[in-house]
Design a binder for this molecule. Structure first.
Ligand code: UDP
Length: 380
């Protein structure tokens, strides 16, 4: 790239937040956008690629299901991809037996060896949780036990959460548990049935290629950014990475959980019969097993005699951030960074990393669209 190249907008990071803003700025405002990306590929942690040996597409950073109740986001993203009809279902393996997740009537009946109706099951669980309802839910464990009782918590939640976050659920915020509803019916959908849902027919990589198609958008890969970066934009920089590294860790490191994946090819048509099975027991070091061919039943490799299986391990690695450890200590640190970054001239930031937030893809897109509405008048 020519040293004198001057984009109107410089965007750091090519995940959903950065590429949605690039798309709006180029297509609506006709601006020149330069995206720089530290990795060698587009799409942040939503990136997908094909396994060469099996031709099965997999999500490099863990299975991503697109789901949203936000019609504006759904209509927007459908301009850049078609979705298949996949609906996410998750199973969980406890003591070598498979149960449904999130906990529903089938999980309750199967686990307690009962045959309850919905109201009987609710009464049964209420009896178990009654004495815990008076807790002030300050942490994940108290909240979980007050909702589902001790037995279900210990079988399906405690070990998984311990492995996922690397600490006792007593020291985690209750908000994480809010992601997991308990259901007194046989609904097996992982997400609310009212949500739009699917996997991009041509994969996630294709969405990002489509979002950045405008010839006024340029992308530089394997490119690092700091506040003295050689290229200065005419109007604005939009930063989507973590704020601590941007500001030289002056208030200390923000902590993140990260993931490791171990891929294996199995010589069988179907290894586990589902896209994701969770492993809450501590005796297994991994948290989930992914079998990505199940995300695309409409594709040819679905019937082949090989399948790709990916084990997921949760690790601490602040340099490869996935999940913010949203405790008070880290949130306070993040507030200081946010305040400091807010003072930088012609500089905006957002997305899962910069906001240190547990966003799903749709929330990230929604936040980017809102940011566009906020900034568009400043740069016309
Ligand atoms: N969780 C659990 N058991 C499970 C699945 C989830 O205890 O079988 C807990 C765990 O603490 C996890 C949280 O619920 O971090 C949110 O799970 P979700 O599936 O939403 O996580 P994600 O898909 O975003 O990694």
């Amino acid at each position: 790239m020519n040293k004198n190249y001057k984009p109107d907008i410089l965007i750091i990071g090519s995940g959903f937040y950065g590429t949605v803003l690039a798309e709006r700025l180029a297509n609506i405002l006709n601006k020149k956008v330069l995206i720089i990306e530290r990795r060698s590929h587009i799409g942040g942690n939503s990136y997908s690629e094909f396994d060469k040996k099996t031709n099965i597409e997999y999500h490099k950073y863990g299975t991503h299901i697109f789901h949203t109740a936000n019609k504006k986001v759904w209509n927007y993203i459908n301009k850049f991809t078609e979705f298949n009809n996949y609906r996410h279902q998750v199973l969980t393996s406890h003591k070598n037996k498979i149960y449904q997740m999130p906990i529903n009537l089938e999980t309750i009946n199967s686990f307690f060896k009962k045959n309850f109706s919905p109201s009987e099951a609710e009464k049964f669980i209420n009896k178990k949780t009654k004495k815990f309802k008076t807790y002030k839910f300050k942490n994940f464990e108290d909240k979980a036990i007050s909702q589902i009782g001790k037995e279900l918590y210990e079988a399906f939640i405690k070990g998984y959460t311990q492995k996922q976050w690397g600490k006792s659920p007593k020291y985690l915020p209750e908000s994480i548990f809010n992601r997991l509803p308990i259901r007194y019916n046989y609904n097996e959908d992982y997400y609310q049935q009212t949500q739009y849902q699917g996997i991009p027919k041509n994969g996630y990589k294709d969405i990002f290629i489509n979002l950045t198609k405008n010839k006024n958008i340029k992308i530089l890969f394997k490119e690092k950014y700091n506040l003295n970066y050689k290229i200065k934009p005419k109007y604005l920089t939009i930063y989507t990475g973590p704020l601590d590294s941007l500001l030289d860790y002056k208030f200390g490191k923000l902590e993140w959980r990260s993931l490791n994946f171990k891929k294996e090819i199995k010589n069988t048509k179907d290894f586990q019969g589902s896209a994701v099975i969770n492993y809450p027991d501590l005796k297994n070091k991994f948290t989930r097993v992914h079998e990505p061919k199940h995300l695309h039943p409409e594709r040819q490799p679905f019937n082949s005699n090989k399948t790709l299986v990916i084990k997921e391990f949760s690790i601490k690695n602040d340099n490869e951030p996935y999940y913010p450890i949203n405790d008070e200590k880290n949130r306070a640190k993040h507030r200081k960074y946010k305040n400091e970054a807010g003072k930088i001239k012609k500089f905006e930031f957002g997305g899962r990393l910069a906001d240190y937030a547990y966003y799903d893809m749709d929330m990230t897109i929604s936040a980017a669209l809102k940011k566009f509405d906020q900034i568009k008048n400043k740069i016309k």
